[in-house]
Design a protein around this ligand. Sequence first.
Ligand SMILES: Cc1cc2nc3c(=O)[nH]c(=O)nc-3n(C[C@H](O)[C@H](O)[C@H](O)COP(=O)(O)O)c2cc1C
Length: 178
Amino acid sequence: MNLSATPRTLVVVAHPDPGSSRITVGLADAVRDLDHVTVHDLSAAYPDGRIDVEREQALLRAHDRIVWQFPWHWYSVPAVLKTWIDEVLAYGFAYGTGGTALHGKTLRLVTSTGAPEEAYAPDGRNRFTMAQLMAPLDATAHLTGMRLAEPLVLFGARLVSDVELKAHAEQYRTLLAA
Ligand SMILES: Cc1cc2nc3c(=O)[nH]c(=O)nc-3n(C[C@H](O)[C@H](O)[C@H](O)COP(=O)(O)O)c2cc1C
């Protein structure tokens, strides 16, 4: 943990098809120029889908705050981020004997959904709240010694106007700059 200087933030952007993305790519572009922020787009870094685990682990070690930025797919993270989690958060690095590399870091989930916020409720179409559905990610943060920050969720992505998206991007910038 880098206590003496400004915290460094790594934004891991995980979209399976950035060419079709309005929200994820738009939000990533909105924070790219911030000081102390590294925007790391998995699709651009690994067009063949093969993740360089050592490179990813070195990036994680070099930052204090980690952001996973992704579209909400099937009540979870997209496959590209699940594969990244499976491979990068390895035994001896992120958990298990000697696995302390992420201890003391902060993890923030930044995501967007197609469904509106009211669908994510016990009596709504999706039956569960986002906090409930994010429980496996909360457990992942806990096991790996990271503090889970308040997630930033943009609901009803398809109906979000350009003005609303810009306001949300400003909120995201403010969070990362804090
Ligand atoms: C394969 C797939 C699965 C999706 N699953 C969900 C879902 O479980 N819940 C939901 O609210 N939206 C779901 N959506 C909608 C996306 O979350 C939404 O289109 C996305 O957040 C928009 O961001 P983008 O412009 O970066 O793609 C899904 C979309 C796709 C393509």
